[in-house]
Design a protein around this ligand. Structure first.
Ligand code: NDP
Length: 272
């Protein structure tokens, strides 16, 4: 029996324990998965305690995704490109970092048979999650990305990262998106707007059925942004799909077997 964890602060509302426990149950694995609160300035001590209990692996969330990089012995390419870690394996005290957010984000797009290559992308937000998303679109050779953010400097920095990894990009203030949403093939909300039932951060009035609209906010499931997209008949992707995608990939890294996606989905959204 091995123990796994998710670390962060706050951590009480993390859905990761439900997801991984459902997967253990489905595959009859005698493991446990705990939520472990580590305050911002106590990461080093927190990791030492995890090593003492011989933690087999752990997920990393806010505020440790970037700082955790310092404590890794090894990292895979996703982790080094994105500059943040969300999954760690522990092999006899050797910590290896991965970032499954990028592939977890791409999975639902691929499931809908969308060819990302040559798509024009509008990305709302320029925080940690947006960085993994930019790396994903660069990997899939999207045609271009426009980064729209509340704070222009953050959009500029992310746009520079995008150019550096080979994805043509520009940046604008989110208020200046105006009616231009119709000019894009894929629109992604990676801002925190929606978490508190805020209205859609941009107008989707002029989009149509050919537009793909993806909200990475997963709580609530139906954000105003997605509701507006549905009204236009657009293809929509829910935030919980990315959450499931990244968790399934973390599971596969740790256990070396295919994750029981449907059981994990049921733990998250019930029979829906
Ligand atoms: P960060 O704090 O790193 O970034 C937050 C982003 O949201 C910034 O671009 C910020 O703009 C913007 N923002 C915050 N409030 C508003 C607002 N009221 N109006 C417009 N923009 C706003 O967070 P993360 O990147 O880590 O996470 C972003 C969201 O994605 C969260 O809701 C999180 O829950 C969700 N998420 C979902 C995942 C999934 O698996 N589905 C995975 C990871 C995150 P500014 O630069 O101006 O501050």
């Amino acid at each position: 029996m091995s123990t796994y964890a998710v670390i962060g602060d706050p951590i009480d509302h993390s859905l990761s324990p439900n997801l991984h426990t459902a997967a253990f149950r489905e595959l009859n694995l005698d493991h446990s998965y705990i939520a472990y609160r580590i305050p911002k300035d106590e990461l080093e001590e927190g990791i030492e305690s995890l090593k003492k209990i011989k933690i087999a692996g752990f997920n990393v969330t806010i505020p440790h995704k970037v700082t955790m990089m310092k404590f890794l012995d090894k990292m895979d390419e996703t982790c080094s490109i994105i500059g943040a870690v969300n999954t760690v394996s522990n092999n006899n005290g050797v910590l290896k970092g991965y970032n499954t957010d990028m592939e977890g984000f791409l999975d639902p797009i691929k499931k809908r048979d969308k060819i990302i290559k040559d798509c024009k992308v509008l990305l709302l937000g320029a925080g940690g999650a947006a960085r993994a998303i930019v790396a994903g679109f660069a990997k899939e050779h999207a045609k271009s990305i426009t980064i729209a953010n509340r704070t222009l400097e953050n959009a500029k920095a992310l746009s520079e990262f995008s150019q550096k990894i080979g994805l043509d990009s520009r940046f604008i203030r989110i208020d200046n998106v105006g009616e231009s949403a119709k000019d894009y093939d894929i629109i992604v909300n990676a801002t925190s707007a929606g978490l508190k039932n805020e209205p859609s951060p941009i107008s989707l009035d002029r989009i149509n059925r050919r537009t793909m609209v993806y909200d990475i906010v997963y709580m609530p499931m139906n954000t105003d942004f997605l509701e507006k997209a549905k009204e236009k008949g657009a293809t929509i992707i829910y935030g919980y799909e990315m959450l499931l995608g990244q968790a399934a990939r973390a599971f596969e890294i740790w256990h070396g077997v295919k994750a029981p996606y449907n059981a994990m989905k049921k733990a998250l959204v019930g029979g829906a």
